[in-house]
Design a protein around this ligand. Structure first.
Ligand code: ADP
Ligand code: GLC
Length: 493
């Protein structure tokens, strides 16, 4: 516990590492609150009580019951502790509502990849409990100054708070991905207990439906997104996904704060998932991970062939279709490719076919595997992220820290965190990867070829690796920026 907490913050999120993670939001929801607590803020998480959350937290105790919420099944609030390492813990509130959360499958979808039909209620409840705890209607003594909402799943919290007549916390809405908006039929407005007049263009309405995310963006005191570049991109088409007008109108209340990474969880010198630990001073030891990865994935054992890694949701956003297009040419360079990921069935199928067609050169593992994701970061020579758009992206930062230069499309946080390798950036010591401007198969392949040429020039490659490994991706600076926004929201200098 911080000794003299400056600010109390309720951090509302639908996933958190290591209990429940489908992507970067899970990582951020663990690491950012920890970094904010290190700055002496009393940050506590609010989470849905999925089975893996109820099973994974410690010291659960019941702190409140919510029986007067007619829209929702009976709900209990638990207080508990989430352990992140031997020395790091986060206090959490867990919403125990078996009617909405006790089921097999993922947080947003069932095991067949279909959205849960009652997601409006499931995340309406998360938003509602967030709003209650952040107001004078709260049944518990701990009252936050700030309700920090993350993505559409907690987007209704600022709306509920707006219509609450009593005392309430200030609100911050963080966009991790504008492509997911939580859009539900208009009847959900009344079903979720929002006032009917909120269903307007100046409110929660979005092209005739209710949008959780729009509600958050409209009513929150301030909006942040996860990189400065993405904060600009979403103010116009196409990356505004229909919300560009609102975001541009609120630009004075919109900031981009780049994500950090958990530098303890992602440290090649101590990572327990690696075959061999290494550091920039002992870079030669990275090779043990390449051969372990080749062996594990049944790729041809070859220390000298460039090996490209991918760990990703397999979706349109991530440009996996374009990667699939150029994969046969990548093999011809020659080079190897290893892909770990899951999501869209069609892309999973095409990747499996590629692996079949190129045994020993392309290996694909469909599924979510935290340990293997670390070995790919360490064992690959270079990392591919041809995202069409990328609010921030974490893997390009993990890659740089692991001496595995990333090849990225110049979009969102990728453009903010990777410096293209040119004679000039090599000379000034900033080069850390390969950046291509136009999203196309041709440009991706050209960037890969540039990387291969650099890879075969050992001195250049080592410089690139060491530049990336020396960069500071820790959360400290970004947590300080969030803290500054919290202060401005409650009128503190
Ligand atoms: P996004 O949140 O859009 O998926 P990010 O780059 O911010 O993208 O974060 C993705 C996170 O999820 C990273 O920590 C990455 O390693 C992890 N990840 C994605 N797919 C897998 C997978 N199949 N197995 C293990 N980890 C994965
Ligand atoms: C989203 C984005 C990703 C970002 C992550 C964490 O899932 O797609 O770019 O890094 O959230 O903020």
């Amino acid at each position: 516990m911080p000794s003299s907490p400056e600010l109390r913050v309720l951090f509302i999120t639908s996933e958190v590492f290591p209990l429940c993670k489908t992507g970067g939001l899970g990582d951020v929801s663990a690491a950012l609150p920890l970094a904010l607590r290190a700055l002496h803020n009393d940050v506590r998480l609010l989470l849905p009580g999925y089975p893996q959350v109820l099973a994974g937290v410690k010291y659960k105790s019941k702190v409140a019951e919510f029986s007067a919420l007619p829209q929702f099944p009976p709900t209990t609030l638990l207080s508990a502790r989430l352990s992140l390492s031997k020395t790091e813990h986060l206090p959490v509130f867990v919403i125990d509502c078996p009617g909405l959360y006790e089921r097999a499958g993922g947080p947003y979808m069932d095991e067949f990849g279909r959205d849960w039909p009652d997601n409006a209620l499931r995340f309406g409840l998360l938003s509602k409990i967030g709003a209650i705890l952040a107001s004078d209607a709260s049944p518990i003594a701990w009252r936050p100054h700030i309700a920090h909402c993350n993505d559409w799943q907690s987007g209704l919290t600022p709306a509920y708070l707006h219509f609450h007549p009593g005392k309430k916390a200030a609100t911050l809405m963080t966009i991790h991905n504008l492509a997911f908006q939580g859009v539900f039929p208009p009847g959900s407005v009344v079903q979720l207990g929002l006032p009917p007049h909120s269903f307007s263009i100046n409110g929660v309405e979005y092209y005739g439906n209710l949008s959780f995310l729009k509600a958050g963006l409209y009513y929150a005191g301030h909006i942040t997104t996860v990189s400065p570049n993405y904060a600009q991109e979403i103010q116009s088409e196409p990356l505004g996904f229909g919300l560009q007008g609102l975001l541009a109108a609120r630009r004075r209340h919109l900031s981009g704060i780049i994500n950090g990474i958990d530098v303890n969880e992602w440290d090649p010198a101590s990572d327990p998932h690696l075959a061999q630990n290494y550091s920039s001073k002992k870079l030669a030891d990275k090779a043990g991970n390449k051969s372990a990865l080749q062996q594990h994935m049944e790729l041809t054992a070859d220390a000298d062939i460039p090996l490209f890694g991918v760990v990703s949701r397999l979706s349109h956003q991530k440009g996996i279709d374009v990667l699939i297009q150029i994969a046969p040419q990548l093999v011809k360079i020659p080079a190897q490719l290893v892909v770990l990921g899951s999501d869209q069935a069609q892309l999973e199928h095409l990747l499996a076919m590629l692996a079949q067609a190129h045994p020993g050169a392309i290996a694909v593992r469909i599924g979510f595997n935290e340990a293997l994701s670390h070995l790919v970061e360490a064992g690959a020579d270079a990392f591919l992220m041809p995202s069409r758009f990328e609010p921030c992206g974490l893997n390009q930062m993990y890659s740089q820290r692991y001496g595995t230069p990333p090849i990225v499309h110049a979009t969102g946080g990728l453009a903010d965190t990777v410096v293209d390798c040119t004679p000039q950036t090599l000379a000034d010591g900033s080069a850390s990867g390969f950046v291509f401007d136009t999203m196309s198969a041709e440009h991706l392949l050209a960037a890969i070829k540039r990387a291969v040429a650099a890879y075969h020039d050992k001195k250049t490659w080592q410089r690139l690796q060491k530049n990336g490994m020396a960069k500071d991706f820790s959360w400290h600076a970004s947590a300080t920026a969030y803290q500054r926004i919290y202060h401005s929201l409650i009128g503190k200098p």
